[in-house]
Design a protein around this ligand. Sequence first.
Ligand SMILES: Cc1cc2nc3c(=O)[nH]c(=O)nc-3n(C[C@H](O)[C@H](O)[C@H](O)COP(=O)(O)OP(=O)(O)OC[C@H]3O[C@@H](n4cnc5c(N)ncnc54)[C@H](O)[C@@H]3O)c2cc1C
Length: 400
Amino acid sequence: MTHPDFLWRNPDPRPAYDVVIVGGGGHGLATAYYLARNHGITNVAVLERGWLAGGNMARNTTIIRSNYLWDESAAIYEHSLKLWEGLSAELDYDLRFSQRGVLNLAHNLGDVREGRRRVNANRLNGVDAEWLDPDEVKKFCPIINTSGRARYPVMGATLQRRGGIAKHDHVAWALARKADAYGVDLIQGCEVTGFEILKNRVIAVQTSRGRIAAGKVALAAAGHTSVLAAQAGIRLPLQSHPLQALVSELLEPVLDCVVMSNAVHVYVSQAHKGELVMGAGIDAYNSYGQRGNVHVIEAQMAAALELFPIFSRVRVLRTWAGIVDVSPDASPIIGRTPVDGLYINAGWGTGGFKATPGSGWVYADTIAHGRPHPLAEPFALERFTTGALIDEHGAAAVAH
Ligand SMILES: Cc1cc2nc3c(=O)[nH]c(=O)nc-3n(C[C@H](O)[C@H](O)[C@H](O)COP(=O)(O)OP(=O)(O)OC[C@H]3O[C@@H](n4cnc5c(N)ncnc54)[C@H](O)[C@@H]3O)c2cc1C
């Protein structure tokens, strides 16, 4: 039983489980939760080499939206957004989920065409979407500089009113608490170092805390997935990059929506506590260090000031980075691998926080039934050999 003062137990690993999940970030925890809740599979361990949510889960800028261009993406992210809408009640935990609206700004005619096309595509897919002209943008978010003399003038924006933010550490704690209550073992300080594979079937993982036998093994290790998969002889089309973010000192309420601009490359919201939360683009090189370079932050600040001159005297409080796993078409990989019993959920890159419940839902279903969930089917690893890519690079999904 969980001690009333703690949200979850801290068990030692048992010698064997039906399912071993590698990675205790949001996706690993959500997968464990839905395996138990939806499929009654509770003989499950989540193995985390550090501490729960010490990876990207508690480093992201928490933007949640579902206004992706392609049908396959809209379907899985909208499934996730619908789950978010009931998640605080379901997990009995205030996730600070706030549907305050997400603006994606357009700064040139190409952006305008892309934005309008995406609004139409979203509506056809039942995703709420609006196109705002510059005056409407100013009305919705008065502190944005919409002057025609700006270096990157605001020429309009897409708006998803159901988009917003949530508090990422609360999400991790809430999922962990529920998974634990179902009997899932959450094992921290336990690094997976290799796999035992017999006749092309995974039968166990080797860990820093010994061998653990497993009926099925599910990777949910974000930026470290390609390193792990290589231990099982699988070469993945993933590149790991640092992605930086920062927060300002605490301010009075000044920004009550989320503003994203791919062209100037900055993403801003104001957290419940009062700090401005800003994300940048990826650092261009590959790395596994959870830190990035200052020139990226400098460019991000210049972009933020271009859009919000009102922030010119605000001080930066803290910067950090996470390691994101970027796939060639900027879409995730969910499903089976060439090794029987070994499953993959990766490639969410700079935008997987919003997918946390949806990803956990379809991954758990895929693992439970040994075949892809219908929403996961288009995101199979095979698409990189068949060529059936879901290219979100040029569209809305570039970041966050
Ligand atoms: C700065 C930044 C801003 C972002 N902003 C947004 C945003 O606004 N909106 C959005 O939707 N997404 C955003 N993202 C992306 C999002 O955070 C990720 O896509 C998502 O968190 C990945 O899934 P996860 O939570 O399971 O990953 P993680 O939390 O990284 O979980 C993976 C876990 O696996 C563990 N692990 C790795 N190797 C091993 C091993 N060998 N053995 C055991 N455990 C291992 C790691 O320690 C880690 O805890 C952002 C990311 C960053 C870094």
